[in-house]
Design a protein around this ligand. Structure first.
Ligand code: DX5
Ligand code: ZN
Length: 218
């Protein structure tokens, strides 16, 4: 499954891009929300999520790169996004964050930054609907994939099988044609597709890139 990251879409032609991706049958839209504090950048906002929702019924996975993820829970519930996740290092009480989202009808997840080991999320795997492993430092698109990410995917996938957990395993950052197979073989079920995968590909348009990149994840 793929989740194109709308941070990399053409904002001047966002409606066209969304229609092309919907037609290609993408599984999710990945929505990066940044606060300029947890990471030194800003990205999409709630009004954009609302606008996108008005033209597409493709599920959204919201990735919070913010210092206080709990402050965003009610707004996410109003927008009725399907999945939302935050960095475990930004959460004093990850279990409380997961329950707050779940109580509001959102499937909740936790994110591992490159410096976080799998043990940071292990106590919560029974309650998480999604675990996102970052393949790059959060904050900017276009960075090179860190190979140690594969080891974390392997470990999480093994734990999922061993304990029969139901979380979706997602990988985000630096994913392209050269490393997608390694990610899925390591256990990633959902890949965030950015500039190395579907946006601005020289030899194909967005529609074709989405169709073909999605096939790489099957
Ligand atoms: C990085 C974001 C990613 C980013 C991925 O901070 O979380 O979702 O948009 O873009 P690429 O795939 O280009 O690295
Ligand atoms: Zn992201």
């Amino acid at each position: 499954m793929i989740s194109p990251t709308l941070a990399c879409a053409d904002y001047l032609h966002l409606e066209n891009d969304i229609r092309d991706m919907d037609r290609a049958g993408v599984d999710f839209y990945h929505i990066d929300i940044m606060d300029g504090h947890f990471v030194p950048n800003l990205c999409l906002n709630f009004d954009m999520v609302k606008a996108i929702r008005s033209i597409s019924s493709t599920p959204m996975d919201v990735h919070l790169m913010v210092t206080n993820p709990m402050d965003y829970v009610d707004r996410l519930a109003e927008l009725q996004v399907e999945y939302a996740c935050a960095h475990v290092g930004a959460l004093p009480d990850p279990a409380a964050f997961l329950s707050a989202l779940r109580d509001r009808g959102i499937r909740p997840g936790l994110v591992l930054s490159p410096e976080d080991g799998v043990e940071r999320v292990e106590p919560y795997l029974d309650r998480a609907a999604l675990v996102l492993v970052m393949g790059v430092k959060p904050g900017f698109s276009g960075q090179r994939f860190l190979p140690e990410t594969l080891d974390k995917l392997h470990k999480l996938s093994a734990l999922k099988k061993e304990k029969d957990f139901s979380f979706l395993l997602e990988v985000d950052g630096g994913i392209g044609w050269d490393n997608i197979r390694a990610c899925t073989q390591a256990g990633a079920e959902l890949a965030v597709a950015g500039v190395f995968a579907v946006f601005g590909q020289e030899d194909m348009g967005l529609y074709e890139a989405c169709v073909r990149f999605r096939e790489e994840t099957e």
